[in-house]
Design a protein around this ligand. Sequence first.
Ligand code: M6R
Length: 610
Amino acid sequence: MCGVVGYIGLEDCATVILNGLKKLEYRGYDSAGLAISETAGALKVIRAEGKLSNLEKIFYQEPFEGTRGLGHIRWATHGAPTEINAHPHVAGSIVLAHNGIIENYRELRDKLAALGREFSSATDTEVVAHLIDSELKSASSLHDAVLKSLAQVEGSYAFVVMDINEPDTLVVARNAAPMVLGRSDTAAFAASDIPAVLEHTRKFVFLHDGDTAVLTREKTSIFDVSGTPVERPEKHIQWDPISAEKQGYKHFMLKEIFEQPTRIIDTLRGRADVEAGDINLGEVDIDPEFLKKVNRITVVACGGSFYSAMVSKYFIEEHTRIPVDVELASEYRYRKPIIDENTLCLAISQSGETADTLAALREAKRLGAKVMSICNVIESSIPRESDGVLYTHAGPEISVASTKASTTQLVALSMLGIWLGRRKGTLSAEQGRSWIEALRAVPTSIEAVLTNLEPYKDVAKTYASASSFLYLGRGQQYPVALEGALKLKEISYIHAEGYASGEMKHGPIALIDEKMPVVAIALKDTVYDKTISNLMEAHARGGKIIALVSEGDRSLSDTAEIVIELPQVDERVQSIITYVAVQLISYFIADLKGTDIDQPRNLAKSVTVE
Ligand code: M6R
């Protein structure tokens, strides 16, 4: 939920760290801090409440230099988002920045307070800084003190620590929170995510849970949970650094909406075998014999990823005849789920770090399920703990509201459906072929949607001042209605509800009056006639209908205030197109309202707390 950047090298590093934090702003943005310590005993720390720009302002008023430092961008968990609670925290000679939550910090705090330690902040992090500082007295090095401290710490953490009296070292530790290490010819870096330092290096090492690392100007040494030196493989990351920038779009969200055709192609690349009507999932590394025997799929996910799972229930069940249970990860882990040896647990997550999804995955594993994940962030926690992983290739998603990650999840789920259907014998080669062809045609259809943004801007102009929206859909379009409502809430702060069209008459119809815009998804699919009847019920109560219809369908011209025609595509992939439409409605409404679209209030990109 927070972002950390550490640097030790030969160059002045304050701007390297500040620029790195800028790339991590999506992880948190309620306060930020920077600490530089180059020579023994020297330390300069600045911290600021609010966005990173506040910290930069302070820095540029009185810049300082140094070749070792660390920075932090915070999303508060313990203690209000104030300057005093901002990281880095200093205790004695220890300077520390942390992402995660220390679960036993109260106990540690009491213990340290009894030894005369005084705390200036309300954070769990400061407690760890004091703990390391107190361990330092009997330790042989900073790393030794960190190891001794971690043995007492419970919780999740990704730390960068420095001791002002040991100027040639940065120590890093990771447990259940992301941390990558990078190295260029002149420096070593530690960061919560790759884009933070991608402009300086493409060589990365991913720490495992329990790992610690000692970074010096010359070398990086990694140790496992027992403190034994280990080798972790170095990976070469191909991302273009500017792919993490806005590239001229007003917001990352808009940029990411426009990236969808390319990202869908990337996700299909090398996996779809049109001729065989099959999908090559060799990379997934899960026993194919097991997958053939699967008789139940339990999907665990949160937020937007949960809605992707709900969409997939329709097509996976229809084409594989395997029952699919879609479960909110936060609920799943606290009930008593039923799992047998032929259950596949599928965890879906863009970030791969969502605490609830990770915990649900662990629970399913504990109960004996095989776990597969669909994820966008390589080597993040969820894929690393899965038996097999199918990566979406959406690239880094910066906007808090998920767009390209969601549609590539739908593509990955379709691929899984085809693969399973072919192995189960419920999907012929011809059906597999036509499904793959439908998927391959999706990018062109999305491009067609993106060439005419006027209808979405019209919706915004007409309804941006509404206080509530209703989204209706049926069949696969029901979860799209939920997704549309979620997206609108997230970025425009307008209350919105998604409903299955057929459910409307059982309650929400009471809400409808002439002030209520109703986004009705009414495509020419198998439930078209039913959907139209439900939409008429809303119209009869004065609801202002915004209809998403199939291209050429003029039948709602008299009923709807605004009709948006969408390319007619194969029903199995239709929700990918409607996802884009609901994304655009939310985006233009939020843009007109002037909200902070990429970093909406109270939200963070990666929800690493329960
Ligand atoms: O990284 P994940 O896919 O696990 O995240 C799950 C949700 O937090 C996420 O989808 C959230 O709902 C998005 N902001 C939706 O736009």
